[in-house]
Design a protein around this ligand. Structure first.
Ligand code: PMV
Length: 342
């Protein structure tokens, strides 16, 4: 059994379909080349240790028997619950487990297992690039490697998705899929469909609004709207679904003008759901006026990033226009590789 492994997973950008994807609709997501890295080590003492400086977690330590219990700092939740999800599913590794007998016992020679995790991210957790999901995926992939479990990508997806639902209660799992599979994906809620798109490059400009969005709050706000106006919100979701299906075809044809036009329509519907903001709108309109084919917010809304499909010859102008509105340009390449052992 290996003792230590380093795993990395990409961040993501939602291209089309946010919010609707929480309710059994499809979305399009791309993995970006800024990555989360996790060094995961098996210890001989039954302690859990975490160093995650990027999210202000240093010297975090607790007995393995306390995993998932007590007050867990925000920045530690996903890593800790990911370890718990893995060890609960594969309980042969837990001290005192009834399965720790016979054949299973041979895999782990001692029943005092601890885990140390050190994470480091290429990107700020403020961007909304999915750092929590990427950490979750890294930890589960690392543990499957260390305990020689050889989980398939689909199995990693389901375990990581369970972890995210345990921590935040809601979510489609699109960010988990991007971290695992990489590339650009057509994704339906809970991983019902995970289909890679035949595309190698997306002409995107990414602008960060400087405001951290709280995904769960925004998802709840949209739910309130849906509870009050069920028919209206349902028809918005239905239209978003049509946009996603049409955009998928245009992306595979590299018809960026049409992809951009559909982004503008998708943005209008997100504003109708109430998840846009003055700052995002200012950046979005400035980018359109500077020559982008189309722009929209990316993710839950309220802040985080906006994206602009931009002809190469207008890239500089679009970037300048976003900066003028107080945005920060984040340079990323899309279609990045999924989770991997470093
Ligand atoms: O805020 P982000 O970047 O995690 O995106 C959230 C996207 C939603 O559709 C609103 C939620 C989800 O889990 O799909």
């Amino acid at each position: 059994m290996k003792k230590k492994v380093i795993v990395s997973a990409p961040g993501k950008l939602m291209l089309f379909g946010e919010h609707a994807v929480v309710y059994n609709r499809p979305c399009l997501v791309t993995a970006v080349d800024q990555r989360m890295k996790a060094e995961v080590e098996v210890l001989e003492q039954p302690v859990f240790q975490l160093e995650a400086k990027d999210v202000s977690v240093t010297g975090y330590k607790k007995p393995m028997s306390e995993l998932g219990k007590g007050d867990i700092p925000k920045g530690a939740k996903f890593a800790e619950i990911a370890v718990r999800s893995f060890l609960t599913r594969h309980s042969e590794f837990i001290s005192g487990s009834s399965k720790l007998k016979g054949k299973m016992l041979k895999q782990v020679q001692h029943d005092n297992i601890g885990i140390r995790i050190i994470t480091k991210s290429d990107f700020s957790s403020q961007f909304g690039f999915g750092s929590s999901s990427a950490v979750t995926v890294c930890v589960i992939k690392a543990l499957s490697e260390l305990f020689d479990k050889k989980l398939t990508d689909k199995q990693i997806f389901h375990l990581a998705y369970k972890t995210v639902l345990d921590v935040q209660g809601k979510g489609s799992g699109f960010d988990i899929a991007a971290a695992i599979f990489g590339g650009t994906l057509y994704f339906v809620t809970g991983g019902k469909v995970i289909e890679p798109l035949a595309v190698s490059y997306l002409p995107l400009v990414v602008g960060y609004s400087g405001i951290k969005a709280d995904t769960v709050t925004l998802v709840n706000q949209v739910k309130e709207k849906a509870d009050k106006y069920p028919e209206i919100v349902k028809s918005i979701y239905d239209t978003i679904e049509k946009i996603v299906n049409q955009a998928k075809i245009f992306i595979e044809k590299n018809d960026w003008q049409s992809v951009g036009e559909l982004m503008n329509v998708n943005q209008g519907l997100l504003a109708a759901l109430g998840v846009s903001s003055n700052k995002l709108e200012a950046m979005i309109y400035a980018a359109r006026e500077a020559g982008a084919y189309g722009t929209k917010l990316s993710g839950a809304g309220g802040g985080d990033c906006m994206i602009a499909i931009t002809p190469e010859m207008r890239r500089k102008e679009v970037e300048k226009a976003i900066i003028k509105e107080g945005g920060e340009i984040i340079r990323v390449l899309t279609n990045a590789e999924g989770v991997k052992i470093e």
